[in-house]
Design a protein around this ligand. Structure first.
Ligand SMILES: [Zn+2]
Ligand SMILES: [Zn+2]
Length: 258
């Protein structure tokens, strides 16, 4: 079964999706799902992107028990100084899957324009990639997956926001090498697949991942609403297959082939 390995229910501060609705929608698409709630400690701004793993487990464990189609994970916000706190967090529940993400940089939420206003695109993107490589190394022994390598391109305000391998190849390689050295899977996030140039910019990155020794990817929609579950999965599967990458998911922290 193919899994949508990245989505947020109402446990995440930025989602109101109900677990039952997500499961119903995924079942209609023939997909399994992994809930990956936000745990972003020291997040800039007003919103609290944290949750109590013990409560999460109580809330959803019964649904997880009803079959193999639901798994319970977390999306950890990585920051250079947070590795030990994040490591301790993961131990508080028997998560099936742990994703690491970069959502903030230099005290800025990448969703807003604060970081971009003060920097050129090259400055911001190189800092983003260098921080990502460092965080994969500091978190790599307790995360399974690196999410949305192109996250910054969702929100950056530059005229061309794409994360181009031609321009940033050297810094992207450092991230990819960190993934392979720490046995961390690169997620193929479909959130930006509606834009052909966004999708196209991912191809050389995933091709290079394969070249450097990467073999597996997870497919993730990053859905915060039921209508985004499984978004563009046919295209994502075709891309993975064309690059000879296998779709995997995680159960009880162990890799399973879809
Ligand atoms: Zn994310
Ligand atoms: Zn997410």
């Amino acid at each position: 079964m193919i899994f949508d390995s990245h989505m947020h229910t109402e446990v995440s501060a930025d989602s109101q999706m109900k677990a039952e609705d997500a499961l119903e929608r995924a079942a209609s698409l023939g997909l399994g799902v992994v809930f990956t709630e936000h745990e972003d400690m020291d997040f800039p701004g007003e919103k609290d992107f944290t949750f109590r793993p013990e409560d999460y487990w109580k809330k959803y464990e019964a649904l997880r028990g009803k079959g193999a189609s639901l798994r319970l994970g977390v999306e950890l916000g990585m920051q250079e100084g947070l590795a030990e706190k994040n490591r301790a967090f993961v131990l508080r529940a028997p998560f099936d899957q742990v994703i690491g993400s970069i959502h903030t940089l230099c005290g800025y939420d990448l969703f807003y324009d604060g970081l971009y206003k003060e920097r050129t695109k090259d400055e911001a993107y190189l800092l983003y990639l260098e921080t990502m490589a460092k965080c994969v190394r500091s978190h790599g022994d307790f995360i399974d997956i690196l999410a949305h390598i192109d996250y910054i391109a969702r929100y950056a305000v530059y005229s061309d926001p794409e994360l181009s391998y031609d321009v940033y190849g050297e810094a992207i390689d450092e991230v990819l090498k960190a993934l392979i050295e720490t046995d961390t899977v690169l997620e193929l996030n479909t959130r930006r697949f509606d834009a052909p140039c966004a999708k196209a910019s991912l191809v050389p990155i995933f091709r290079r991942y394969r070249e450097l020794g990467g073999r597996d990817v997870t497919l993730g929609s990053d859905a915060h609403r039921t209508d985004a579950i499984g978004f563009s999965f046919a295209a994502a599967r075709a891309m993975a297959e064309s690059l000879r990458l296998r779709a995997v998911t995680f159960f009880a922290r162990r890799k399973e082939y879809c």
